[in-house]
Design a protein around this ligand. Structure first.
Ligand SMILES: C[S@@+](CC[C@H](N)C(=O)[O-])C[C@H]1O[C@@H](n2cnc3c(N)ncnc32)[C@H](O)[C@@H]1O
Length: 359
């Protein structure tokens, strides 16, 4: 698929788009205000008849002035249109208030990224997550997760889980095609994938390797749902180069994990996987690669998410292009056995094995 082609826009179209960029933060906050103050919902309730500004003031309990400026911005943004003295919703507005993906993205950008992004330029120059300072003094967001303010934490998990949850159902038959008995989930977070594996197969055991904050959440959840006997919990900082990955797992699973690391760090993690593997073991990597998306909107979301990694998460990782990533797999001494696209809303599964000697 060609996502990007030569620019065929007219000067007027280009000038208009440039103004969208200049006012992008205003567009974003105005859209959220239209949603959060109930204006979009009030109009949606009278989808066919439309609603006057006066009726909206009453229904949303807003001032005449407040209603007017927000609705006028809604016209400019393309969320509203105006006909016979009444406001109506556009299709974009319907997505903005009803689509779960849009909600997860928008809440994540607002609650996690918005303030910190003021220092994006600095992050590019220093290679550090300068925006994370808006929350406190941590080297990466992963040490901070368990301690983020409630609203921010909720939006982080909603974003993360929205993407990976939808992928897990589709991927289980592929992961279990060779009936693994022992799975290691590196970066297993709160245990969602592990618990799905345990429900999928009564014979499998799953160990989670993660930082202490997330590992404790997973352990707690396992105790609550009675799964702790079939699980292992390995507290580890994968960035510690001396940390060896334990052997004895027929599948090493990493979902939305390697995008948390830089080129060199990914190669080091994968090399340590190789050291732990025998020839029958597999590394299964689930990642959203921006170049393997069917739709431009998906690629756009992933490319923008990369800048969250730059500015908030750790300063040196991203959502990767699949060919760049393939270079890491090869450099670590792995070979890709199969590639499965179209998993969940945007993921690709790479099934890798140790490079066979002589190749
Ligand atoms: C983006 S989340 C992915 C979670 C889960 N695998 C999923 O698919 O939703 C990345 C996970 O990697 C963990 N992680 C990040 N840096 C780590 C490190 N240095 N050592 C161990 N785990 C780490 C985080 O705590 C988090 O649980």
């Amino acid at each position: 698929m060609t996502l990007y082609s030569e620019d065929k826009s007219t000067a007027l179209e280009a000038m208009e788009k440039a103004q969208w960029l200049a006012f992008a933060p205003v567009v974003f906050q105005a859209s959220r205000a239209l949603r959060n103050l109930g204006i979009l919902a009030a109009i949606e309730k009278r989808r066919l008849a439309g609603i006057t500004a006066d009726e909206m003031e009453q229904e949303c309990n807003l001032s005449h002035y407040g209603t007017r400026v927000l609705c006028e911005s809604g016209l400019a943004i393309g969320l509203l249109y105006f006909k016979n003295d009444k406001y109506f919703l556009t299709k974009t507005a319907s997505f903005f208030i009803n689509d779960k993906l849009t909600e997860a993205n928008s809440d994540f950008v607002n609650d996690i990224c918005y303030k910190g992004l003021f220092d994006l330029e600095k992050s590019i120059v220093t290679g550090k997550p300068e925006g994370l300072k808006t929350f406190g003094d941590w080297p990466t967001v992963y040490q901070a997760l368990a301690e983020l303010p409630e609203q921010a934490r909720e939006s982080w998990f909603k974003f993360d889980h929205y993407y990976s949850d939808q992928a897990f159902d589709g991927v289980l038959p592929l992961v279990f095609s060779q009936s693994p008995k022992n799975i290691l989930d590196i970066g297993g977070n709160t245990g969602k994938f592990a618990f799905q594996c345990l429900s999928y197969s009564p014979d499998v055991k799953v160990s989670i390797m993660d930082l202490p904050g997330q590992l404790n959440m997973a352990k707690q959840a396992a105790i609550e749902n009675g799964n702790e006997n079939r699980m292992g919990f390995i507290e580890a900082d994968i960035l510690d180069e001396n940390l060896q990955i334990p052997s004895g797992f027929d599948v090493i699973w990493m979902s939305q994990f390697l995008d948390c690391f830089s080129d060199e760090q990914i190669i080091s993690i994968l090399k340590r996987c190789v050291n732990a593997m025998n020839d029958n073991d597999r590394v299964c990597i689930l990642e959203p690669f921006w170049d393997r998306q069917r739709f431009k909107a998906s690629a756009f979301s992933l490319q923008m998410t990369s800048l969250y990694f730059t500015n908030i998460a750790n300063g040196n990782s991203q959502m990767y292009h699949s060919e760049v990533f393939a270079g890491f797999v090869k450099a670590a001494g792995l070979e890709t056995e199969s590639i499965h696209d179209g998993i969940g809303i945007c993921h690709t599964l790479l099934v890798c094995r140790k490079k066979q000697s002589g190749k």
